[in-house]
Design a protein around this ligand. Structure first.
Ligand SMILES: Cc1cc2nc3c(=O)[nH]c(=O)nc-3n(C[C@H](O)[C@H](O)[C@H](O)COP(=O)(O)OP(=O)(O)OC[C@H]3O[C@@H](n4cnc5c(N)ncnc54)[C@H](O)[C@@H]3O)c2cc1C
Length: 326
């Protein structure tokens, strides 16, 4: 059995990366149990019941306060001892980075973090994860007795690939396990980030631009296309390194991993460090003047040509007008 530790907000809404983790667990085969803790677990359990799961375990009697990681670790350790899952998966979130290493260390079991994917090869689970700041992508097989622990990057798969329920999962409620260390961590009020950062992982459509743009002054054209498509603007690393767009718009191994419904790559060559960040997009459209550019190997639709001709034509078509170049 694979267990997925589901994260919710304070209103009980299940996070998109948690649904992606469910999809990854389903893809591995075998029964999947979702564990949900925190506030409003009843709402979360109702949302989770829409997915193909064998069990939903809700720890809500009383709920564990978000950030109370010592109680969370004791609770999960007790449940794992009893349920004996083979694999425990969680999204690679700030909170998982806090509690999961402690949980794995307490149970003396291996943890692999920040994974891009997992596959079964000759009966073994092979995890892929970036190494050396994304210079390499390694295949990793974990050793030793189960359970093994793994976290997955947001966008490692698409949330809409999670299989819907055919029969209703069994829902059980549990009380938290309060260990002797429960008072060692105090929870402060939630932190509010004042700087405006963009979460590209939540974008349904992305228009990404690369060094082929030649100069930041042409970004207005890219923004116009994005607006016409109802998309967010993203970029390859050189565009952010050159200061044409802020770093939080970067997609790739040292930027964000995204899985939108539509990804339009404009003037992007398709280096591996970029591809690992967007290859899970449902539909990829590439515009590049070099017909041998590697981006075309993963594109669903490819346009070979000059972006300065194609993008204005696309904008005109989307706005229902005419372009002199088409
Ligand atoms: C440790 C490390 C981490 C990295 N992390 C990232 C990362 O997170 N994200 C990332 O993107 N990269 C990353 N890189 C960089 C990566 O290796 C590539 O250098 C980068 O992705 C290339 O960006 P690009 O495709 O925009 O530029 P280029 O490779 O220069 O490609 C530009 C493309 O534009 C096309 N073009 C030019 N003019 C036109 C035109 N007029 N019309 C149409 N097409 C045109 C060209 O044919 C070319 O294919 C990383 C590298 C390292 C070493």
């Amino acid at each position: 059995m694979t267990a997925v530790i589901v994260e919710t907000d304070r209103q009980g809404a299940v996070s998109v990366p948690s649904i992606e983790s469910l999809a990854i667990a389903q893809e591995l085969g075998g029964p999947v149990t979702a564990l949900v803790t925190g506030a409003e677990t009843a709402r979360a359990a109702t949302a989770l019941a829409a997915f193909d799961l064998s069990d939903i375990v809700a720890v809500d009697d009383p709920p564990i306060e978000p950030g109370a990681s010592t109680t969370l670790v004791s609770t999960l350790a007790a449940w794992i001892d009893a349920a004996q899952p083979e694999l425990v998966i969680a999204p690679h979130s700030y909170s998982a980075r806090d509690y999961l290493p402690r949980l794995a260390a307490r149970l003396d079991r291996p943890l692999i973090t920040d994974c891009l994917g997992v596959r079964i090869d000759n009966g073994a689970r092979v995890f892929t994860r970036p190494l050396f700041q994304g210079k390499l992508v390694a295949d990793v097989v974990l050793d030793g007795p189960s359970p093994h622990f793994a976290t997955f990057q947001a966008g490692a798969t698409r949330a809409d690939s999670a299989r819907p329920a055919t029969v209703a999962p069994r829902v059980t409620r549990r009380s938290p396990t309060i260990g002797p260390d429960a008072t060692q961590v105090g929870v402060e009020p939630p932190f509010h980030d004042t700087s405006r950062t963009i979460d590209l992982t939540q974008a349904d459509r992305i228009v990404a631009v690369g060094r082929g743009l030649n100069d930041g002054k042409h970004l207005a054209m890219i923004q116009e296309l994005a607006t016409a498509l109802g998309a967010e603007v993203a970029a390859s690393r050189p565009v952010c390194d050159l200061g044409w767009l802020p770093l939080d718009r970067q997609v790739g191994s040292s930027g964000q991993t995204v899985a939108p419904a539509l990804y339009v790559a404009i003037g992007i060559s398709g280096a591996i460090q970029h591809i690992v960040g967007m290859k899970s997009a449902k539909t990829i459209v590439a515009i590049n003047k070099d017909r041998d550019a590697p981006i075309f190997e993963i594109a669903d639709y490819g346009v070979v040509g000059d972006l300065f001709e194609i993008v204005p034509a696309l904008i005109a078509a989307l706005k229902g007008g005419h372009s002199g170049n088409t």
